[in-house]
Write a new protein. Sequence first.
Length: 19
Amino acid sequence: MEGRGVVLVSPVTADDDDE
């Protein structure tokens, strides 16, 4: 898995996970 590719999905998942 490429870390850079995950960065794009990170914001969306992090936002939900952050809450």
